[in-house]
Design a protein around this ligand. Structure first.
Ligand code: GCO
Ligand code: MG
Length: 408
């Protein structure tokens, strides 16, 4: 069998998605997600202009060889654009291989290690009553683990806090917004640090000790600020504190670790196992947050997660709505198969997105299951995709109260 075409489909059913469809001379197709939020067209060009021509005529069965050719053979390794493009190819080839085998992908990864993947949902509120309502709504939908984000008194909109209630608009705030220029938000870390422990105290008092609670710091603290926050949150027994400090500084995690037993998760902006070597070998984190879509696909993620397992570190695969349903399905097959699964982030896609991407994965009683459909279990509806052309969108920019651009 040979690859006969590799087409890139860009669609924007509420937000932008980049999908690679590989077709073989026997008529089999595979899908891969290459969505890089706010920088989508860079991946499109990388795939269309530089990668697709290399794929034509290759045997789709040789996934490892294709991965290594695109990684080692290009001379320019790593980086979010390159690794999202490689991920798109890799996932599409796994989709084809599993369809060929007539099996769901997780079977090719070793079979199911569990009945489903524990998912966490995103609760948020501008104040405690709104936050409590959001937590209750998630519990009613079946979530058994909840990420908690709130607004901060004195600041305006805060990233990760939904600005509107139910339905499709619920998560629209969080990923890139469809404006020609990035929205600017004001940030004050000291105000955040003063506010957050009281929020968790109130949530524990309301919802009791058992519910797994998570929090995302969006890379905004210095190491010593993160150490202080981790320590102050210890009484509230977090499942994890995510992205406490800017992720590229692996050594920062060492300092945080010396001060707190709050579990740490990091890695949604990482794209290679080489971003993790210190973190894993020194056991400086508890959860690996990379997305299949941004870290080189199933092939690379399986190796990364197996290495993490050697150190007793578990998975927490990135699953916001800017990962397409194709990337989400790939994550779920890994979640089901690997031994060191921790938790899966799950922001349900909008109804509009699910008209473009026909999924078969299921969310039941707090657990996600990729389904037993051969392959990934996702199909792309071309007509629905074409009805939603690309719209430029940016993640917001974060500035301190004096105007300084801040980390996030
Ligand atoms: C998360 C993330 C996302 C990212 C977004 C950026 O934990 O889900 O922080 O909300 O910010 O995916 O593109
Ligand atoms: Mg995050």
């Amino acid at each position: 069998m040979k690859i006969s075409s590799a087409e890139v489909v860009v669609t924007s059913p509420g937000r932008n998605f980049v999908t690679l469809r590989i077709t073989t001379d026997e008529g089999l197709t595979g899908l891969g997600d290459g969505t890089l939020n706010g920088r989508e067209l860079a991946v499109v060009a990388y795939l269309r202009d530089h990668v697709a021509p290399l794929l034509i005529g290759r045997d789709p069965a040789n996934i490892e060889d294709t991965w290594q050719s695109l990684y080692r053979g290009s001379y320019w390794r790593r980086g979010p654009v390159t690794m999202a493009a490689i991920a798109a190819v890799d996932v599409a080839l796994w989709d084809i291989k599993a369809k060929c085998a007539g099996m769901p992908l997780y079977q090719l990864l070793g079979g199911a290690s569990r009945t489903g993947a524990l998912a966490y949902g995103h609760a948020s509120g501008r104040d405690l009553p709104e936050l409590f309502d959001s937590i209750r709504a998630h519990l009613a939908e079946g979530f058994r683990a909840i990420r908690v984000q709130t607004a901060i008194p004195g600041l305006g909109t805060v990233y990760g806090v939904a600005t509107s209630g139910g339905g499709d608009t619920r998560y629209d705030y969080e990923p890139a917004q469809r404006h020609p220029q990035p929205v600017e938000e004001t940030w004050d870390t000291r105000a955040y640090l003063r506010h957050l422990p009281g929020v968790f105290e109130a949530v524990r008092a309301e919802f009791g000790p058992e519910l797994p609670l998570l929090h995302d710091g969006h890379h905004r603290m210095t190491p010593i600020q993160a150490a202080k926050l981790g320590k102050e949150l210890e009484p509230y027994d977090l499942f994890w504190l995510e992205d406490a400090t800017p992720a590229e500084d692996q050594n920062a995690l060492r300092l945080i670790r010396q001060h707190t037993t709050t579990p740490l998760a990091i890695g949604e902006v990482f794209n290679s196992v080489h971003d993790y070597t210190t973190l894993l070998s020194e056991r400086l984190i508890d959860y690996v947050r990379s997305a299949v879509t941004h870290a080189g696909g199933v092939t690379a993620m399986k190796k990364l997660l197996d290495l993490a397992g050697v150190y007793g570190i578990r998975s927490g695969i990135h699953g916001p709505t800017d990962i397409s349903p194709v990337g989400m399905a790939a994550a779920l097959h890994l979640d089901l198969a690997i031994h060191n699964f921790g938790i899966q982030e799950f922001m349900p896609h909008s109804a509009r997105t699910l008209e473009v991407f026909r999924t078969s994965y299921r969310f039941t009683d707090g657990l996600l299951h990729p389904s037993d459909t051969p392959g990934l279990g996702v199909e792309l509806d071309d007509d629905a995709a074409a009805a939603h052309p690309y719209v430029p969108a940016y993640l917001p920019v974060n500035r301190l109260t004096d105007g300084t651009v801040h980390d996030w």
